[in-house]
Design a binder for this molecule. Structure first.
Ligand code: GDP
Ligand code: MN
Length: 344
């Protein structure tokens, strides 16, 4: 039989694309951009499925590199099985301890107490410390990893996500040419119980640093009353195409530090999605945020599937499952404040 025993996988040679003759003919990335994947060794197989779709739908024509990040060392098996999925360069980074631990100004007993309460209240990931490290890392540190220094743009990918449509243009080039700083495909409402004091903290920040707030911003997307209260809308950050200089900017670094000092990543369960979204909304012009309607995408349990007939032709999703105009999505609101036609 030609079937391989799964146990033999470990014996497969390291796949090297670096020395192949193809190297000189294959397309080269045109923008300094990278896919960034925070992932555990145990997620290798769902990661490979996502990479397969991303490669088939887009990256085989561009060969953008991948950067995998982990709070632990990647195994050789993980490296072999992931690098085999792409002709692009693959890099593997370990997250420094300071970016994945409880800072000394946090009262750890209090944090554990609050986690226990949130667990008992059945708040999703309410009792998980590692989830909090993940959210804090994605909020404040991923872009400081030295392996990202050479890039201008990133596309966040998670193991298990799906890509439904042929992407026959380069979204990174689009970002660069149109001066877009943040791109999304899905938006929705956050669980209020995870961010009880986030908005009052943001308001305090805005009062202290009014000079950081962009004038032509998209505040109306996240507030129904000019900023008095947060309406819980946010871009779903498991998918992001972004300009790294947004997060590297003085105002964002100040913003993250301000939030981090308040302790809400641990005492509550502030997610990187509302944190990134609020920052993008306050610090960018409305026109610098882009809805990537053509990119059909699913992260359980929600999908964005383009419903326009010409777009759908290039996709394999069911437009009836498109989440955009369902009650729990905020994308209708986004289209409205941007005076874009609402289809569905
Ligand atoms: P959800 O999307 O909010 O349900 O959270 P996920 O469990 O998907 O985590 C978000 C991202 O962080 C995914 O890319 C995960 O692979 C990654 N992730 C979450 N926790 C850990 C962790 O403890 N270690 C590592 N290396 N990655 C993690
Ligand atoms: Mn996820």
């Amino acid at each position: 039989s030609s079937e391989e025993d799964p146990a033999d996988i470990k014996q497969l040679p390291v796949v090297s694309t670096k020395n192949s003759a193809q190297k000189h003919t294959k397309p080269k990335p045109k923008v300094k951009a990278v896919f960034v994947v925070l992932v555990r060794n145990s997620d290798i197989h769902s990661l490979r499925a996502s990479m397969r779709q991303l490669e088939d739908r887009f990256n085989h024509k561009y060969n953008y590199p991948y950067l995998f990040l982990n709070d632990e060392a990647f195994t050789d098996e993980f490296k072999r099985l992931s690098s085999a999925m792409t002709k692009g360069k693959t890099e593997y980074g370990i997250i420094p301890k300071e970016h994945w631990s409880v800072p000394d100004w946090i009262d750890y007993d209090k944090a554990k107490e609050e986690m226990k309460k949130m667990e008992e209240a059945d708040i999703i990931y309410g009792g998980s410390e590692s989830y909090r490290h993940m959210c804090r890392f994605e909020s404040g540190f991923f872009f400081r990893h030295p392996l990202l220094d050479k890039y201008d743009y990133y596309w966040r990918v998670e193991p298990g996500v799906q890509f439904f449509c042929d992407i026959d243009y380069d979204p990174f080039m689009y970002m660069k040419e149109k001066k877009v700083k943040y791109g999304f495909t899905i938006s929705l409402y956050e669980y209020e119980d995870t961010i009880k004091t986030l908005w009052e903290t943001v308001k305090e920040f805005m009062k202290k640093y009014p000079e950081y707030i962009e004038e032509d911003n998209a505040l109306d997307f996240i507030s129904n009353d000019q900023g008095e209260t947060y309406n819980l809308c946010h871009f779903w950050s498991n998918f992001e195409i972004g300009d790294l200089n947004l997060w590297r900017s003085e105002r964002y670094l100040k913003f993250f530090e301000f939030l981090d000092q308040k302790g809400g990543f641990f005492y509550e369960r502030w997610g990187d999605a509302p944190v990134h979204s609020i920052a993008a909304v306050l610090f960018l012009k409305k026109s610098e945020i882009h809805f990537f309607n053509e990119i059909g995408y699913k992260h359980e349990p929600f999908m964005h599937c383009p419903v326009e007939k010409n777009l759908l032709l290039k996709c394999h999703c069911n437009p009836q499952d498109n989440f955009d105009l369902q009650g729990y999505s905020c994308t209708g609101r986004w289209l409205q404040i941007n005076q874009q036609p609402i289809s569905n």
